[in-house]
Design a protein around this ligand. Structure first.
Ligand code: PAF
Length: 273
């Protein structure tokens, strides 16, 4: 990886992958996509304190700088931005960005200050890096929608690219948090992807009643003792409004947030009728 002066950026397209580190193949797929579409790919690693609430353990978030650095070198990342917390949030920091409606639902109900922290850090990083395109993973579907709304509403001069969820061979969506799971919890965690798969297959068979589809997801999630469901929902793809009947020609998201033991996992699937 190398340093680029502002002169060297001129005329070059910049792709940006913001991360909180502890990288996995999901992050690397974003780097690969950025490399395909841009001259320079910049990755940031910053565990952002403002998106954690006091009851979520920021200090325990997994970190492994050396491993991340090597993975990024192997992936051909051009620049790694690895700021300190004090550089990003100096003592007198007092400005936050809030997207109103879409942040109140689902994740917002369970993590009320989370998206304010995300939109604020993403803004700060965009201002520092000044990318032409920024890459996010579909696994954080609501985060992608919130960031896209912010970019649209504030006429920010970049494009958001959302890349598909990357899964382990057995279906578990890749996440830095999977490291918290014990071997038996890792097995139980498969109920998230199974519930989505089963719901998708019901819809493919013609089921349109969201209550029945949700009931199926919930019963699969509850089939393991370690699970505690925050939500299992069907929402409109754009507005994140809950729906009761699925209509032809529309796009939806099946969304799950579920604790397996102490680890909170999220997963989702896009549905087009
Ligand atoms: O998705 C994440 O890892 C984080 O929410 C992000 C976008 C890097 C902001 O801290």
């Amino acid at each position: 990886m190398q340093l680029f002066s502002s002169k060297e950026r001129v005329g070059k397209s910049i792709g940006f992958v913001p991360t909180m580190g502890y990288l996995h193949q999901g992050h690397i797929s974003l780097v690969q996509q950025s490399k395909k579409e841009n001259d320079i790919t910049i990755v940031s690693i910053f565990v952002n304190p403002t998106q954690f609430s006091p009851n979520e353990d920021l200090s325990k978030y997994p970190r492994d700088y050396d491993r991340d650095h090597q993975l990024l070198l192997d992936a051909g990342c051009d620049v790694l931005f690895y700021p300190d917390s004090e550089e990003i949030y100096p003592k007198d920091f007092q400005t936050f960005i809030t997207v109103d409606e879409i942040t109140q639902k689902l994740e917002g109900e369970f993590r009320p200050t989370h998206f304010r922290g995300v939109t604020t850090i993403v803004n700060i990083l965009f201002n520092i890096v000044q990318p032409h395109k920024a890459y996010f993973g579909q696994k954080d579907a609501q985060q992608c929608a919130v960031i896209s709304k912010m970019v649209d509403d504030l006429n920010m001069n970049l494009s958001i690219v959302v890349c598909p969820i990357v899964r382990e061979d057995d279906g578990l969506a890749m996440s830095s948090r999977n490291v918290y799971l014990s071997p038996s919890e890792r097995n139980d965690a498969l109920v998230l992807s199974k519930a989505l798969k089963e719901a998708d297959s019901l819809i493919k068979k013609g089921e349109r009643d969201s209550f029945r589809i949700k009931s199926e997801m919930i019963s699969i999630l509850k089939s393991v003792d370690t699970s505690e469901i925050d939500y299992a929902e069907i929402v409109d793809f754009k507005s994140f409004e809950k729906v009761s009947v699925l209509e032809e020609g529309k796009h939806y998201l099946l969304l799950i947030a579920c604790r397996i033991g102490k680890t909170r996992l999220i997963d989702n699937q896009i549905i087009s009728i």
